[in-house]
Design a protein around this ligand. Sequence first.
Ligand code: DHE
Length: 520
Amino acid sequence: MRVLALTAALALCLLWVDKAAAVNPQLLFRQYCAQCHGVERLGGTGPALLPENLGRLPREQAGQVIAHGLSATQMPGFGDRLQAEDIAALVDYIYSPLERAPRWGESEIRASRLVYSQQALASEPDQVAPVYDADPLNLFLVVEAGDHHITVLDGDRLEPIRRFKTRRALHGGLKYSSTGRYVYLCSRDGWVGKFDMYSLEMIAEIRVGINTRNAAVSADDRYVMVGNYLPHSLVILDARDLSLVKIIPVADSTGKSSRVSAVYTAAPRGSFIVALKDVKEVWEIKYTDVTGLVRRGPAHERRLENGMAAAQAFPLRRIPLTDYLDDFFFDQDYEHLIGAARKARKGQVITLTAGRKVADIAIAGMPHLGSGVTWDYKNTRVLASPDLETGTVSIIDMRTWKVIKRLATKGPGFFMRSHERSPYAWVDVFRGPHRDLMYVIDKQTLEIARVLRPEPGRTSGHVEFTRDGSKALVSIWEPDGAVIAYDAKTLQEIKRIPMRKPVGKYNVYNKIMRSEGTSH
Ligand code: DHE
């Protein structure tokens, strides 16, 4: 009897919650959206949902996204759980401004900085030996999104040597300093961390934004640049101790502000390249032209805070574009930027020196150029990239910018990887019923050499090679997942290392050498 009464009360309660939710978008938001987009709509694993961030998304499309999800992201559709009026209420809610605009400026950034090891800041790289017996250049850091940890993996023995907790939802590639001694981590909610690859300890952390995209480290190891969605800013940190050097508000010459899509280091140019989300410009910011600044120490910061010096430092060059660029790739010399707007159905090639478009690339669908790889093929060089919408890998001749081959896979791929010493390029199927497949492409015949199914029914994605290219490590992208090491020639499985949703993995040597087969 008591059970019956309780059940009835619970049913009534649920009915009440449902009814209340139907008329209360805030409640709906908490129930369905807050886990990824944050209770305050300021972002988390998903982007912030504020009118300032939704400028390029028409309201009717926002409704479609809520109902059907968004390809190439982790945004699922809620059409099976929400009525049309619920979706409309949610759309109204996310397009309404916050009562109080969120602020994350100089004082908040400076106050957030945490230094864990003064000793590590003081010691020079060559005075310290690694605390482990393994090749420091063949380590991998594996980001485990399942429980927000990183595993430090010995790439020779394929054994974990340390596991540590990270901030929530790291995103973007981890960025090593030029020798691989340090690595910089960036979380979607704005935390940037510096980790010592010798002592395996976190050195410092600082929160630079509310919703952050990624970070890049200058090739001279002096600066870390971080791009934000919220606020619309670029933040430059001193790479030594993560102290704040400069904040650059992001806006075009008319004052229209923009989110930052991503920042990259163009090492041969001594500059950062900045992709913008809401204005048709690409920025190049020289870090080598930091005029008259002292290299290290508090004097350095003081000089930068001085108006004159700060104005001269990090000169900005605006490269105008004819369309937005959401997805980016650079050739190895950082002379060409190959980009695509998500909806453009074509790519464009821009020379950075002249700052103008030199070609269009006829790619159908939604090319994911950011995860492209290049290699020598016959008497030319090719760029291969998957498509976020269709199961297609496009192979482009980088002399003519023509697509010379389209390979069909059984679903959209997200990450493509190879290595100078591997005959193969690997690409995953990231969504759909065949997301357990991994395609291995022969780089000289441009044909699919093998289709692997590392673990039937479970998502496999993101490959990274060992330093010598002899092994390819594949993620089983599940909460109780694994990293599976394959012999990169025979394509036989060597070992399975259990991991909790291992999203990306980053080999020190391949990253610092800017291998043609991986991202930089
Ligand atoms: Fe990423 C890298 C953008 C969604 C996992 N992702 C990048 C980079 C960019 C980017 C610009 C390169 C940064 C760098 O080099 O530091 N990602 C985007 C998006 O715009 C998109 C589609 C939507 C978003 O909300 O941001 C998006 N990305 C995702 C995911 O949903 C993924 C699969 C899961 C997750 O953890 O968020 C995801 N992105 C990754 C990973 C990398 C990455 C693992 C690094 C790959 C590498 O090997 O370098």
